[in-house]
Design a protein around this ligand. Structure first.
Ligand SMILES: O=C(O)CCC(=O)C(=O)O
Length: 406
C-alpha cells in the first residue's frame, strides 16, 4: 500500500487536521491573540534560528529514531495464573501482551454492574460532581464558560473524590491481572471516563508511553530498566455494548513497541518554542489553536500524529488496525503506546467507557511538576499536580489488594 493510501485509511471516518482545527470556535480576543502570536513568531524566527545555530542547538526532531522503532517489552510481573492462581494472567496471555501490547476483551463486570456505573457517572455529571473536580475551580470555570464542560473533563481523576471510581480502579481482578504485567506494587495514576456523544466523531489515533500530552515534561518518569512501552498499562472498560456503530475502540496491535511517535512528542514538548519556530505558518497556527484553544484533550496528540506522519513517512508502515466490539462490563488491557482511537458514534445515544491507567510504584508521577497546563478553550489553565503525585495503590507485594489511603 502506498504511503498516501495508508494515511488515507488511518484518517477514514475522521476529520483531517485542517478540518478539526477549523471546527474550533475562536472568540474575537482569541483571533487577535492568535494573529499577534503568529506575527511575533514570523518576525523573530530568522534571528531565533541564527542564535540557536550559533549556540549549537539545532532542532533535530527525527534524529536517531530508528533506535526506538522496535523496543522489546517484556512483562515485569513474576506472578501468573499457573504459579499463583487467582486472577493473574496466564503465561499465554502475558506472551500475547508482550507481542501485541493488548489482551482482551476479558470479562470483568456483569452488564448490570456496568450499567449501574454508567448511570452513576451520568447522574454525577448532571449533579456537577457536587462541586468536586480535581482540575480545580479555574479550569472548570473556563471550560464551562467556553461550553466545553463534558464528562471527559468532569470525570477525570475522580477516583480521588468518589469511592465508586476508586473501587473500580482498585478492582481486585484488575489489580492481579495488571500485576502480572507490571510487577507487584501497582498504582493507579489516573482514571477517566471516555465519552463520545451521539453522532460525534470518534477519538482520533494517538499513543503514549510517558504521557507528555498535558505538560512540557512527561507525566511518568520511569527507571531506565523499564522499557518505555511497559511504563503504563491502560484498562478500557465498556460501560455499554459497543461495536463499529457506537465508537468501539480501534487499536494497532504491535505498535506498542514502536516508540518513534512518542519520542517525537517528547521532543516537541521539551522544546515548544523550537517546535513552533520550526513550523510552516499554517502548522504554527494549527498548533497554537490545538494547544491553547481547543479544550480537546486529544487535539495535541492529533497534531503531533499528523506532523509525525509527514516527517517520518514510513511510520506504521506495516500496521493493521483492528477494532474491538465488546459487551458491557468487558475490558481490554493495553499499552497506551499502541496507536489507538475509536470509531465515530453513529447512534442516537452517547457512548461511555471507563479508562484506568496503571503504573509501577517505582515510577514517578508528575515528578518536578507542581502544575500542568490544561487546555480550557480560554487558554491553558495551570492545574495543581500535588494530589496526583502518589497515585492510588492497587496492589501490594504480598499479593493482596489494598484500599489504603491515597
Ligand atoms: O474511548 C475512546 O474513545 C478513547 C480511549 C482512549 O484513548 C484510551 O483509553 O486511552
Amino acid at each position: 500500500m502506498s504511503t498516501e493510501a495508508r494515511v488515507a485509511a488511518l484518517y477514514e471516518g475522521h476529520l483531517t487536521l485542517d478540518e478539526a482545527i477549523a471546527s474550533v470556535p475562536l472568540s474575537l480576543r482569541q483571533k487577535i491573540e492568535l494573529r499577534v502570536l503568529t506575527s511575533v513568531i514570523a518576525v523573530t524566527r530568522p534571528l531565533y534560528w541564527f542564535v540557536r545555530k550559533r549556540l549549537g542547538r539545532p532542532f533535530e526532531i527525527t534524529a536517531d529514531l530508528e533506535e526506538v522503532a522496535a523496543v522489546p517489552s517484556p512483562a515485569r510481573g513474576a506472578r501468573t495464573r499457573e504459579t499463583d492462581q487467582g486472577d493473574y494472567l496466564t503465561q499465554e496471555q502475558i506472551a500475547e501482551y508482550e507481542q501485541r501490547g493488548v489482551i482482551g476483551p476479558l470479562p470483568l463486570l456483569t452488564p448490570e454492574e456496568a450499567t449501574a456505573l454508567r448511570d452513576w457517572v451520568v447522574s454525577e455529571h448532571e449533579a456537577d460532581w457536587h462541586g468536586k473536580s480535581p482540575l480545580g475551580a479555574d479550569a472548570v470555570a473556563a471550560l464551562k464558560h467556553n461550553d466545553l464542560w463534558n464528562i471527559n473533563h468532569g470525570a477525570i481523576w475522580q477516583e480521588r473524590n468518589f469511592d465508586e471510581m476508586k473501587d473500580m480502579a482498585q478492582h481486585p481482578v484488575l489489580a492481579q491481572r495488571v500485576a502480572s504485567l507490571l510487577g507487584d506494587e501497582v498504582v493507579v495514576w489516573r482514571t477517566q471516563i471516555f465519552f463520545v456523544d451521539h453522532h460525534q466523531q470518534g477519538t482520533f489515533w494517538h499513543s503514549a508511553t510517558t504521557f507528555t500530552e498535558d505538560g512540557d515534561l512527561p507525566a511518568l518518569t520511569a527507571p531506565e530498566e523499564i522499557p518505555e512501552p511497559m511504563i503504563n498499562v491502560s484498562c478500557w472498560i465498556a460501560l455499554e455494548d459497543v461495536d463499529k456503530d457506537n465508537a468501539c475502540l480501534r487499536l494497532i496491535p504491535g505498535t506498542h513497541s514502536d516508540v518513534r511517535l512518542d519520542t517525537m512528542i517528547r521532543r516537541f514538548s521539551r522544546d515548544r518554542v523550537g517546535f513552533l519556530m520550526s513550523m510552516e505558518p499554517a502548522d504554527r497556527r494549527s498548533a497554537i489553536i490545538a494547544l491553547r484553544y481547543s479544550g480537546d484533550i486529544f487535539m495535541a496528540g492529533r497534531l503531533a500524529f499528523d506532523l509525525a506522519l509527514r516527517l517520518v513517512p514510513d511510520l506504521y508502515e506495516t500496521a493493521t488496525p483492528e477494532h474491538y466490539p465488546m459487551r458491557a462490563g468487558e475490558c481490554l488491557l493495553f499499552s497506551s503506546n499502541n496507536l489507538h482511537g475509536s470509531y465515530g458514534n453513529a447512534t442516537d445515544a452517547p457512548r461511555l467507557a471507563m479508562g484506568i491507567r496503571y503504573t509501577s510504584a517505582d515510577v514517578g508521577i508528575y515528578e518536578g511538576q507542581p502544575t500542568i497546563p490544561y487546555g480550557t478553550g480560554t487558554g491553558n489553565s495551570d492545574i495543581d499536580t500535588t494530589p496526583f503525585r502518589g497515585g492510588v495503590p492497587a496492589h501490594t507485594s504480598d499479593g493482596t489488594v489494598t484500599g489504603g489511603p491515597t
